[in-house]
Design a protein around this ligand. Structure first.
Ligand SMILES: [Zn+2]
Length: 233
């Protein structure tokens, strides 16, 4: 067998096909898995799937989404369930979600970075250009600590903001967008982007703990298995 993943627990790579069985991961199509019988020890084994751990019901992406949203927002358990329902058409139990958000966070890093995290902050600033008022839109990836998109425009109407955000996030994962309190923003985020809207950085700004915030980002990026949630609260 050429595939290095196809190896028996005993270390042998000599095996014959030995029937199939079906796996039904939540939020995914059922998948037929090939079983093998080891020619050395007689045990059976199957290849792992890339997107879900062996013996798990939920794909990794759903667990990660819940953990990241929980770490960076004050979403309730019910809200986390809603987010799963919106994005993956599944609804994990309270207990399931509790289990996920109390696990260590190392894996968030390895798998979610360095692509866009899905957790963003939108901000706008006033500028004066040749005596005229302009606006600068900025979209920032909270988890990556990097700007995603930036644009100078003449007005900051709801339509303009919507155009900016939908274009900037068109090909990216979008789970949570933090904005200031304008109610139009909640509508854009929830209706146009289908994401969870979060009003300002309540957790982070509450105590002016910039240092703590940096520590949290670091723990995500460098996989030191620190519990994000514990660090924030
Ligand atoms: Zn074996």
């Amino acid at each position: 067998m050429e595939d290095p993943a196809l190896r028996c627990e005993c270390g042998s790579e000599r095996a014959n096909k030995h029937g199939t069985y079906d796996r039904n991961p939540h939020g995914r199509e059922p998948v037929r898995v090939q079983r093998y019988r080891c020619l050395t020890c007689g045990g059976t084994f199957s290849p792992s799937l890339s997107y879900i751990k062996d013996d798990y019901w939920y794909p990794d992406e759903i667990r990660r989404l819940v953990r990241v949203v929980n770490a960076f927002t004050d979403a309730s358990l019910e809200r986390l369930q809603d987010i799963c329902t919106v994005h993956f058409a599944v609804r994990p139990s309270d207990q399931q979600i509790r289990n996920w958000i109390t696990e260590d966070t190392g894996e968030i890093v390895e798998n979610d970075l360095p692509i866009c995290s899905g957790i963003y902050t939108y901000d706008e600033q006033y500028l004066w250009v040749d005596g005229k008022r302009k606006y600068r839109f900025l979209l920032y990836d909270d988890l990556m600590g990097a700007p995603v998109a930036e644009q100078a425009v003449d007005d900051c109407s709801k339509a303009t903001v919507r155009e900016f955000l939908t274009a900037a996030l068109d090909d990216k994962p979008v789970f949570v967008v933090t904005t200031d309190g304008r109610s139009e923003y909640a509508e854009i985020v929830e209706d146009d982007l289908g994401a969870f809207h979060h009003r300002c950085h309540f957790h982070f700004l509450k105590n002016g703990e910039k240092k703590l915030r940096n520590k949290v980002f670091q723990s995500v990026r460098y996989s030191n298995a620190e519990k994000l949630h514990a660090a924030i609260v």
